[in-house]
Structures are given as C-alpha cells and as structure tokens.
Design a protein around this ligand. Sequence first.
Ligand SMILES: *Cc1c(COP(=O)(O)O)cnc(C)c1O
Length: 374
Amino acid sequence: MLPEEKEILVTRASMPSYEEFIEEIKPIWDTAWMTNMGEFHNRLNEGLKEYLKVSNLILFVNGHMALEMALQAMNLTGEVITTPFSFASTAHAIVRNNLTPVFCDIKEDDYTIDADKIEELITDRTAAIVPVHVYGAVCDVEKIEAIARKYHLKVIYDAAHAFGEEVNGRGVGTFGDASMFSFHATKVFNTIEGGAVAFHDPSLEILLNYLKNFGITGKESVEYIGGNAKMNEFQAAMGLCNLRHVDENIEKRKKAAEEYRSRLSGVPGIRLMDEKPGVRYNYAYFPVAFEGFTLTRNQVYDLLAQHHIFARKYFYPLIPDFDCYKEQFAGARVPVARKAAENVLTLPLYGELLVEEADRICDIILNAGRRESL
Ligand SMILES: *Cc1c(COP(=O)(O)O)cnc(C)c1O
C-alpha cells in the first residue's frame, strides 16, 4: 500500500503508553484485588466526578448497563419518549426495563430530539424522556426540563457521546435526573469497556450501587433484583491513565474537526452539524449530511472505502427499522430522522488522525463532487 493509501478507520482507541499502563497496574499484584469496588475504581470515580463537574457519579462495567440500571433505579412503568436516531443501546435499555419506547423526531440542525414535538407524544402512560446528546450535540436541555417539570416526567440523558462537555461551564451530566456516559474503547475517553451514571438525587447512590452488584444489600440479604455491572480494577486503571491525556486528545480531535469544517463548510449539497455558542465540545464525531451533493451519502461511503478510508453510516438503519423492532415501530412518524439516516456519514475522527489525513479525505470528496458535476 502506498503511504497515502494507509487504511483509515472511523475511529481509533486512545491508549496510554504500554509503560504507563504497566506501571499503573503493578500494585494489583500486591493486593490481588481485581474487582468489587477496589482502590482504582474509587480513585477513578473521584477523578471523574471532578472532571465531569458532577456531584454524584457511579461507575459501571459499560455504558449500556449504566443506562439500563439508571432506568431501573427510577422505578418506571409505561412509555418513554426517546429518539429513533441513536445507537441500539438507547432503545434496548428502555425495552429491557419492560418500558415502551415512543419515538420522537429529531432536529435537522444537530440531530438531537426535537423538544417542540415531545408534548404531542405525552399520554397518561408517559413516565420519562430519554434524549441523546447525539454526536456530542447538546440537547435542548432547558425546553426538555420545562416539559418534564410540567408533566412530572423523569429525564435520563444518554450522554454516551458527550464526555467532558460543558454548557457555559456547567457539566453536561448535571442536566436532567441522570445521565449515562460510555467509556467504550471507541469513545472520547475509555476504560476499555466502561460507563457511568451521573445523577441529581444523592439518595440514588445507594440503590445504584446495590443494583450493579446483584442487589445484595448485606451479608445475608438481597433486597433488589440487580445484575452484575461492576467496573473492574484493570478497567479503572486504564481510565486513570487515559484521564491524564484526555484534554490533549480532545485538542487533537478539535484540530482535525476544524480542518474538516473549514474545507467542507459552504460546499453546496454538504451540511455540517451546528455548533452552539457556550458549549465546550469534545469533537467525538464529525457527521456530514449529503443533501443534493453531486454524490449521494452511499456513493461517498463507497468512494472513501475504495481509498481504504472507512467512514460510517452512523445511524443507519434507524432504531424503529431494526429487525427486532420493525413490526412494532416501523410506522413511527419521524421524517427528519429518516432523512438523516439516509444522508449522514460520520467521517473518521480520533486524536491520532492527522490534519493531512483529514485534508486528503476532503480532497477525495470534493474532487469527486467536481468531476461528477461536469
Ligand atoms: C456507545 C453507546 C452506548 C453504549 O455504551 P457502551 O459503553 O458501549 O455499552 C449507548 N448509547 C450510545 C448513543 C452510544 O454511542
């Protein structure tokens, strides 16, 4: 392969140096304490509370279980209004809690739930809203809060994409009743696999801790039907290492994202996600909508793949169109989300992506666009 033909995947996990990680995990051989809320787990929990600017936080084995158990802790029944434009986890967490998802359409400018369309979906069975800060775009948190207050609904954010983001200096995890963060290898900050729930009501702490450990409440008592969702010490050690480098990593992502933005903004038929003032973004993803461009989204995807560049049709298909849901939900009226699922491509973006690589990706897209339009 020519150097310029180096394979580029949509993301690449950030890792500390081998030496840094080995040094970090050495003490585990002295204590032989590998899981069950050990020292590393507790240090990471404190470190993340500070970094995320939240007062209450509990670590989990992964983001999905964090979301499932956050919903379980709210003790809900009935319907949950959510977005169809997300990763499978969001809807699965709702359904696996015996709740019924009700899909609300999204906004064209940043792909988050359209808060103006939530109220018309509320029934006397509605218990909660589960919005997603998709691609790191912050939801309309104020409107959502007003609706939740008016109808006495819980709000649990899927903040899997929003690690470290702030709105006017306030941690994104402080909005709503709870927020789930994912620390999966592909996310901005990782603990290999991992996740956390940030929450508003401090009394939830005890319950969430029980739920992630089988609902065991004492040596001879089990009071809740919990599961096993504890973060182990090796995961936490990876997190402690990665936390030292996350700001630098976000800075590097920002450089690549800014390169994409400067090359692609204003190109006819290409629409970039809106950035709002006052938000500290983490540059988790770079979604591009091809709407009336000389190539369709699928053509751009194929073209990049020919150059060994693997972008992603993230999120296609739409959740209500999944095989496991389509019988029940394919009729959901979510035209904006459907259009996004057809038109959006997320371009490769990670800390080690070079500005020159971002540039080459733009060259390929823009040159093909020009050729086709001749
Ligand atoms: C990654 C992700 C999850 C699940 O997190 P895991 O840590 O992989 O379990 C949930 N929702 C969204 C939107 C995600 O991207």
